[in-house]
Design a protein around this ligand. Structure first.
Ligand code: NAD
Length: 534
């Protein structure tokens, strides 16, 4: 690994820089990690390239076996992983297990089993009669060295769900965890070591944004970035300058549409969980709710009632449901959006304040109504414990409002009529829309993740995500190698006429014209049985 942890008491060279792991519940520094130096990049890249060549040459079955070892390593250290995540992010242990440990285990297990099927070479049959003498197929080859740059909010499951498909397809990985969660990043490195992947194949590079920028500048073969829109834009520019392909998984502003025939008891529980899980700091958080007028009052009352019951506090308390926000700066963004919304007429029904009695990073889960799209709260990503509810006259109005956003990551529709729900879902501009659930598709290994617009481009998860990790190569073998091709040099007026007849024989609207073009010796047959080739 390119990184070594240091205990706080160890003497260090003055020029060495560090990344601190901080407990957001107390702001206490938990551990200090040596940052990766860019001067070490030549060695890091050279080790990665060397390891990748050998790794890609191994049988796919051997790479899958290594994935099973990784799954077992994750399982054996599941408690350490959940502890590290809870400590560094402040999220409750239940969430660290469901959304991180379980998801990572399932992805690793699933891809170890599924990759051989999904990566098998695929025959490409040729529909065109004129090209029947060829046989073709596609193969899937690794890009080489891929960079994975990760956010802090799901510091284990997000990088692991990208690391695993990268490895099984034969790539080497340079993984830069968020500077806010270096301890969890280091743990991923330890698990890779425990699973006995070749040295240098996966290297954990610790540091902040400048290190991420330097990694891209050093020229990996593909970049997988998950994070904010602002950083995504910088990464897209940097990748564009070097023509490095990228997948960008950026922010969201997920809409939830609650129709009059929805089960309001269930929908309100989903709204509260979807809005406040991970203290609202999830890309798939429910941030905007559009509820039909006839049921709005009851739905809003249920949301408020359930929000007031939530237990806020440190993740060390197993009964806590809402932990601290990651940093004070993120809490201030939430406050700014709320103040602006209230100035424009919004009403806070519960929450809206800090909890200084618990620590500087705690904020009450908050329900807001009387909102509209002139407010930042309904336009920008909030990324905090706030659900904003707007009353609408109809499903059509809800769809129009849901689509009135630069983001398009996820959305949900709530109704007693699943068919109508699916019909409405297909009209929403988003990468995923769930009917009668929120966000849980993220845990379905077969489901693609990634949305349009400001939510980024490309996919992770599913077969589409696996294929982002490979270069698709088409191979074509001619079955009549002794025959020169009709379209080669030796051009004449007869050949031009014959080519025209070939087009006619294939695409003329009337079958009669097609047959006569084909039968004409100076026509289509003249192309096929050409004698005047060079
Ligand atoms: P962030 O953009 O601040 O940081 C993400 C990563 O990028 C970090 O590792 C950071 O060090 C690195 N980075 C920063 N500047 C860089 C640069 N110029 N070049 C290269 N790397 C750089 O995001 P965050 O605060 O860690 O995460 C929160 C954001 O991530 C939210 O917007 C959230 O919606 C989004 N997110 C999206 C998804 C998704 O799947 N779409 C998942 C989780 C989080």
């Amino acid at each position: 690994m390119a990184v070594t942890p240091h205990s706080l008491s160890m003497p260090v060279a003055p020029e060495t820089s560090f990344v601190d792991s901080i407990d957001p519940a107390t702001n206490e520094v938990l551990a200090r990690f040596q940052a990766t130096r860019t001067s070490d990049f030549p060695g890091i890249f050279q080790r990665a390239r060397q390891a990748q060549k050998e790794w890609a040459a191994r049988l796919l079955a051997q790479r899958c076996a290594a994935l099973f070892r990784l799954r077992d390593a994750i399982y054996s250290r599941r408690d350490d992983i959940a502890d590290a995540i809870s400590r560094e992010t402040g999220k409750p242990r239940v969430e660290a297990i469901f959304a991180e440990v379980l998801l990572a285990l399932d992805t690793t297990h699933f891809l170890a089993r599924q990759a051989p099927r999904w990566l098998r070479a695929e025959r490409v049959p040729h529909h065109n009669l004129a090209l029947k003498a060829k046989s073709g197929w596609t193969e899937f080859h690794p890009h080489g060295v891929v960079a994975i740059i990760s956010p802090w909010n799901y510091p284990f499951s997000i990088p692991v769900a990208q690391l695993v498909p990268a490895l099984v397809t034969g790539n080497a990985v340079l993984l830069k965890p968020s500077e806010l969660t270096p301890g969890t990043g280091l743990l991923i490195g330890e698990l890779v070591e425990q699973a006995k992947f070749p040295p240098g194949l996966v290297q954990i590079l610790q540091g902040a944004g400048e290190l991420g920028a330097a990694i891209i500048n050093a020229g990996p073969d593909k970049v997988f970035f998950t994070g904010s829109v602002a950083t995504g834009r910088r990464i897209a520019e940097a990748c564009g300058r070097k023509l490095i392909p990228s997948v960008l998984e950026l922010g969201g502003k997920d809409a939830m549409i609650v129709l009059a025939d929805a089960n309001l008891e269930i929908a309100s529980s989903a709204a509260v969980w979807g809005g406040f899980t991970n203290c609202g700091q999830a890309c798939l958080s429910v941030e905007r709710i559009y509820v039909e007028q006839t049921v709005a009052e009851r739905f809003i009352n249920l949301c408020v009632e359930k929000t007031r019951k939530l237990r806020v506090g440190p993740a060390s308390d197993p009964d806590v449901e809402i932990g601290p926000m990651i940093r004070l700066r993120q809490l201030e963004i939430v406050e700014e959006q709320l103040h602006e919304a209230v100035d424009r007429g919004a009403e806070i029904l519960t929450g809206g304040n800090r909890r200084p009695d618990l620590g500087s990073n705690y904020f009450q889960p908050t329900v807001v109504t009387r909102v509209n799209h002139s407010m930042q709260l309904m336009r920008d990503e909030t990324f905090g414990p706030v659900i904003a509810i707007q009353t609408v006259a109809s499903a059509d109005e809800a769809v129009a409002l849901a689509n009135d956003s630069p983001f398009g990551l996820g959305a949900s529709v709530w109704t007693g009529d699943s068919r109508r729900g699916a019909e409405i879902a297909s009209r929403i501009r988003a990468g995923s829309v769930m009917v009668n659930d929120v966000a849980s598709y993220y845990g379905i290994c077969e489901a693609p993740h990634g949305g349009p617009g400001a939510s980024g481009w490309g996919h992770t998860h599913s077969r589409l995500g696996l294929l982002e990790m490979v270069q698709v190569k088409y191979i074509d073998v001619d079955r009549l190698p002794g025959i020169a091709k009709s379209w080669w040099f030796g051009y004449t007026a007869e050949l031009a006429a014959a080519a025209g007849s070939l087009v006619e024989s294939l695409f003329a609207p009337s079958w009669k014209n097609r047959f006569s073009a084909l039968a004409n010796k100076r026509g289509a047959r003249g192309v096929i049985f050409r004698r005047d080739r060079i």
